[in-house]
Design a protein around this ligand. Structure first.
Ligand code: MG
Ligand code: MG
Length: 253
């Protein structure tokens, strides 16, 4: 069942979303060759708590850190640690903030130092596919319209969407119904209604869509070793159209 939120509840998710957006901007600024992913994790946790939030991921199903940090061929769910990011890496950062009983969820992929043109194109296309999905989050559209919009942008660029990982509803908990695949048929699935809040999150591989889980039980990698990018926003379906609740100050729209 898709839980619809009142305007007051959407405002509470938006408050968590503002903290989250600022946190991701802070992290993106801190990313440089040589930084460890656990340093980024500490920056994020301190910032979220200072702003009155709680890092949603910490302890979620036993996850040991506050953010996910996933370089290069790691798609998502990287546990921050001693790993030092290097010049030319693509680093995906995924963060959740819980505040006042509600969750916001957002992710970004950032270039470390100078990345090659194909890596930059992968990040650009992934971000564009997210925007295409967000634009479909309107009253009366179907969930398949959202999924299809993401898929179209990705596949037109010659990349592939990860199929075994999906976006989701978000609210009092991080993962609510519905699941939101990044591929699908337009005109299919549940009809979108006011007050639905979704985390739309294309995970896009430069190569094939297949992925595998690492031995730590968390890290997800591309099976062919190709680069992967991940962008995510939390969005509310409103009478005035899609309202992105995790938009960063750094995003020029
Ligand atoms: Mg996320
Ligand atoms: Mg998510």
């Amino acid at each position: 069942m898709i839980i619809r939120k009142s305007q007051a509840e959407v405002a509470r998710i938006a408050a968590a979303g503002r903290v989250l957006a600022d946190c991701i901007d802070l992290l993106a600024d801190a990313v440089r060759p040589g930084v460890t992913t656990e340093e980024l994790d500490r920056i994020a946790e301190a910032f979220i708590r200072e702003r009155g939030g709680v890092p949603t991921f910490l302890g979620y199903r036993g996850f040991p850190r506050s953010i996910c940090a996933s370089p290069n061929d790691m798609v998502v769910h990287g546990i921050p640690g001693k790993h030092r990011v290097a010049d030319g890496d693509v680093l995906s950062l995924d963060v959740g903030v819980t505040m006042d009983g509600f969750v916001a969820d957002s992710a970004i992929s950032v270039p470390v130092g100078a990345v090659d043109a194909e890596a930059r194109r992968l990040m650009d296309v992934t971000r564009e596919s997210l925007e295409a999905g967000l634009a479909e989050c309107r009253i009366g559209r179907r969930l398949g319209d959202v999924s299809h919009a993401v898929q179209e942008v990705v596949e037109a660029a010659g990349f592939s969407v990860v199929r075994s990982l999906v976006g989701h509803g978000v609210g009092r908990t991080m993962h609510e119904d519905p699941q939101i695949p990044n591929y699908g048929e337009p005109g299919r699935g549940p009809r979108l209604a006011e007050g639905m809040v979704f985390a739309i999150e294309p995970m896009v591989n430069a190569g094939g869509h297949e992925v595998y889980v690492a031995d730590d039980g968390w890290g997800i990698y591309t099976s062919d070793g190709s680069l992967s990018a991940h962008f995510e926003h939390t969005v509310a379906v409103t009478r005035n159209g899609p309202k992105v609740l995790t938009r960063r100050r750094s995003e020029k729209m």
